[in-house]
Design a protein around this ligand. Structure first.
Ligand code: SAM
Length: 245
């Protein structure tokens, strides 16, 4: 297991809160014991330098090669909370780099209203899932954005809109063509990051699809069956992971 530092500098790091409490009470951590510490986007072998109250301090002794996140951002329409939480957990396990919760036209009203602590809870879930799957980083979970803003501000990337009515282009094909994944292909850029947008339970409206289109997003299919939003999100990420890793 890797432990995610709350604060760090070039030579030291410290953990507080639940992680520190687990180290102290469950693992009986003591000075001199070694653990892997994630500090920002780097991973280190850390040796406990001291424990004070609920804080564990480490000296960072050697850097461990870190595993990069999948270069994928997921624009995820906010849907029912238990399923949203499940999706954030699974997307983190699959390596997603960033999740942007979006409020679409058909996002149920009460889900679109900001409930205190909800985003914090999503961040906590991502944090725990990153630890559990031994990621060296935690995906960024942004504050929810109106769809229009979210669709417009994603810069140069392979921008793919998951759309159940799409019949011609599969996600797989779009990735092959945009990232030159087959031999001899030219005119595409294999280093571009990927953006995936998954719609709400009621799907995208025609106006939203037109907006995405005007912002350079390409509609792609995951096959002929209509998937629930969370299945679509996780399937799409699994396809990207299988093709890029
Ligand atoms: N009404 C169902 C529900 O309650 O979950 C279906 C939701 S589906 C309309 C939600 C989103 O999943 C869509 O907007 C789309 O982004 C994605 N999706 C579902 N099936 C898909 C497919 N076969 N291909 C591409 N995207 C799909």
């Amino acid at each position: 297991r890797r432990w995610i530092a709350d604060t760090w500098d070039e030579a030291t790091a410290s953990l507080t809160g639940e992680q520190a409490s687990h180290l102290i009470r469950v693992l009986r951590a003591q000075a001199g014991m070694e653990f892997d510490i994630v500090a920002g986007d780097r991973v280190w072998h850390g040796i406990i330098a001291g424990i004070t109250g609920d804080q564990v301090r480490f000296n960072l002794v050697a850097e461990v090669e870190s595993d990069p996140a999948l270069p994928v951002t997921l624009l995820l329409s906010v849907f029912k909370f238990d399923r949203m939480e499940w999706t954030i957990e699974k997307a983190t396990e699959l390596g997603v780099e960033r999740i942007v919760p979006v409020i679409a036209r058909r996002t149920e009203k009460h889900l679109g209203q900001s409930a205190a602590g909800r985003v914090e809870r999503w961040r906590k879930i991502a944090h725990q899932a990153a630890q559990q799957s031994r990621r060296s980083d935690v995906p960024v979970i942004e504050d929810p954005l109106p769809l229009k803003t979210a669709a417009k501000r994603e810069g140069e990337a392979v921008k793919l809109l998951l759309a159940e009515q799409e019949r011609t282009t599969t996600l797989r094909r779009a990735l092959v063509e945009s990232l030159c994944l087959e031999e001899g292909m030219t005119g595409c850029d294999e280093l571009l990051p990927v953006r995936l947008a998954v719609g709400p339970e009621g799907g995208w409206t025609a106006e939203e699809e037109a907006l995405f289109d005007s912002e350079g997003w390409k509609a792609v299919s995951l096959g002929p069956r209509i998937l629930r939003a969370e299945t679509a999100a996780i399937t799409a990420l699994a396809v990207v992971a299988a093709m890029l890793e």
